[in-house]
Design a protein around this ligand. Structure first.
Ligand SMILES: Nc1ncnc2c1ncn2[C@@H]1O[C@H](COP(=O)(O)OP(=O)(O)OP(=O)(O)O)[C@@H](O)[C@H]1O
Length: 226
């Protein structure tokens, strides 16, 4: 899915969360949306998902507004509300009825891969819940995955498992955009890093371009966002 944001602005009261942001992402690859707290990453992901509307500017996915391609987008919110009673079997029923592209077998495999006990959300730890919802998101077969802080609040071992799950799920025809602060841990998987500061993109570089500059993503993060 080809993404284009053209001078997109989104305000909340007096706060400008996203400020005339322009960004173009070609189809395919894993894109890290990086920035410090409050940089506007979550707002940008929600604008891409069509969950928020811009006050000005345009978001286009394959040339169409997000709401027209909603069925092609899987969104993992940073703090998702979900039914507490939901267990893997219930999730298969619920997501299967909500999303025709939901793959039950893949969901159950991902739960095992991410070592999520087969219990209801109410009986899972915070990190396990996050992995349960990530598995449900990745089990959809869509062309755009928007993952808000999939590595947030999880331990190092879990982080590695999540990254491995992402890598195993990777498809050439799909674009993965994930926001994270965990730059150093995640950098091995990024094809592209987009650095945000104060609602704007301050650097958009492919992993190759960063390598040519002799920089790791973490070094660029410090340099650009310090
Ligand atoms: N619903 C809202 N109402 C008011 N202000 C908001 C709302 N959502 C975001 N903001 C503000 O917009 C700015 C950008 O927030 P956003 O959540 O997009 O940043 P972020 O980069 O995802 O931050 P973090 O890494 O801390 O999650 C912040 O100043 C935030 O306080």
């Amino acid at each position: 899915m080809h993404l284009r944001l053209d001078r997109v602005t989104r305000r909340f009261g007096g706060t400008v969360a996203v400020d005339e942001l322009s960004l173009e992402l070609p189809t395919g690859g894993v894109v890290g949306l990086l920035g410090t707290n409050g940089a506007g990453k979550s707002t940008t992901l929600k604008l891409m998902a069509g969950l928020l509307y811009p006050d000005a500017g345009e978001v286009r996915l394959d040339g169409a507004p997000p709401r027209r391609v909603r069925g092609e987008i899987a969104f993992l919110p940073e703090r998702g509300q979900m039914y507490e009673w939901l267990d893997p079997k219930g999730a298969v029923g619920l997501f299967g009825s909500l999303y025709p592209d939901f793959r039950p077998a893949r969901f159950l495999e991902l739960l095992d891969q991410l070592e999520v006990p087969r219990r209801s959300l109410a009986q899972l730890s915070k990190g396990q819940r996050a992995r349960f919802l990530l598995a449900a998101t990745l089990a959809r077969k869509v062309r755009l995955y928007l993952l808000d802080e999939p590595l947030g609040g999880v331990d190092l071992i879990t982080r590695d498992r999540i990254l491995a799950a992402l890598v195993s799920e990777w498809r050439e025809d799909a674009t993965y955009v994930l926001s994270t602060h965990e730059v150093a841990e995640a950098e091995g998987i990024f094809d592209r890093a987009v650095f945000m500061k104060e609602g704007r993109v301050v650097l958009n570089a492919s992993a190759e371009e960063l390598r040519e500059r002799g920089q790791s993503v973490a070094q660029a993060f410090r340099e650009v966002l310090a």
